[in-house]
Design a binder for this molecule. Structure first.
Ligand code: PTJ
Length: 246
């Protein structure tokens, strides 16, 4: 990785930046991914770079949805692949979900590089390269999915998703789980479960909740029933604006 002293006050943030940079160098992350990361970092700084209680409740509800799904798919883009490849593989294993590469700026080279990168991190089956399905209501390149992946899924985790696609997936009736540090983004606003947290913290947290909820349908139902998306988005916005966190 990179030579940042652990005592540095912005250690995590610098490490994250380095991973995104390395992602661009490896042909995994797009240049726009750098801009997206900068935007995310600004929100995270204002949040105090921590998981607020409503984000933790969202992570638990997301874990419950993944465990109860008939077919759950975790969507991977260039930022997600650079930041949390092993963590996404672990979450897929903990919940029985599929992994699918799904890009906003789709190129075959980046699709292949990301699929290889995930396999290097332990993924066995990586979907997305067949691209024989479509998300309705989007233009050609951005609509491509695997028919037996996101096309068939009832629950999808779409971290750092573009707003148009998040809306289109929701309109197809899928239960949408989003990770996005901006509570005002359309993705967060249209999600069944918006997790307003840094993906670096959010994914391992969802996995931990999944392990805790596994085999306990009552606790899963409770995590889903108790989560209020609108209240969680409001709480995150208040936290970012400098208000109290309840
Ligand atoms: O690899 P591709 O081609 O699929 O492109 C991926 C990006 C992320 C570049 C693309 O989807 C994009 O442009 O997304 P946006 O519209 O910039 O939205 C990304 C959202 O994720 C923004 O609201 C950011 O605040 C948020 N975000 C960025 N970094 C993080 C984050 N949220 C959580 N954790 C982060 N580390």
């Amino acid at each position: 990785d990179v030579d940042v002293p652990e005592s540095h006050p912005r250690y995590e943030s610098l490490l994250t930046r380095h991973r995104i940079e390395a992602g661009v160098e490896k042909g995994i992350t797009s240049k726009q991914g750098l801009i997206a990361q900068g935007r995310g970092e600004a929100y995270d700084y204002l949040l105090g770079e921590r998981t607020i209680p409503t984000a933790d409740a969202a992570a638990r509800a997301a874990a419950a949805h993944l465990l109860r799904a008939d077919h759950a798919v975790l969507s991977i883009n260039g930022n997600v692949a650079a930041l949390v490849p092993g963590e996404m593989v672990e979450l897929a294993e903990a919940t029985g979900a599929d992994l699918e590469v799904n890009l906003f700026n789709r190129t075959e080279a980046r699709m292949e590089a990301i699929a290889d990168h995930l396999r290097e991190h332990g993924a066995e089956d990586v979907k997305g390269l067949t691209a024989d399905g479509r998300i309705s209501g989007l233009d050609h390149e951005r609509a491509k999915v695997d028919a037996d992946g996101i096309g068939d899924a009832d629950v999808v985790l779409v971290p750092l998703e573009d707003g148009d696609r998040a809306e289109a997936l929701a309109e197809m009736g899928k239960t949408e789980l989003v990770v996005d540090l901006n509570p005002l983004s359309r993705s967060a606003q249209t999600a069944t479960v918006p997790i307003v947290d840094n993906i670096i913290r959010a994914i391992p947290n969802v996995t931990e909740h999944a392990r805790d909820l596994e085999g306990d349908p009552e606790a899963q139902q409770q995590a889903i029933d108790e989560f209020d998306a609108e209240a969680a988005l409001d709480a995150a916005e208040r936290a970012i604006r400098g208000g109290d966190i309840e």
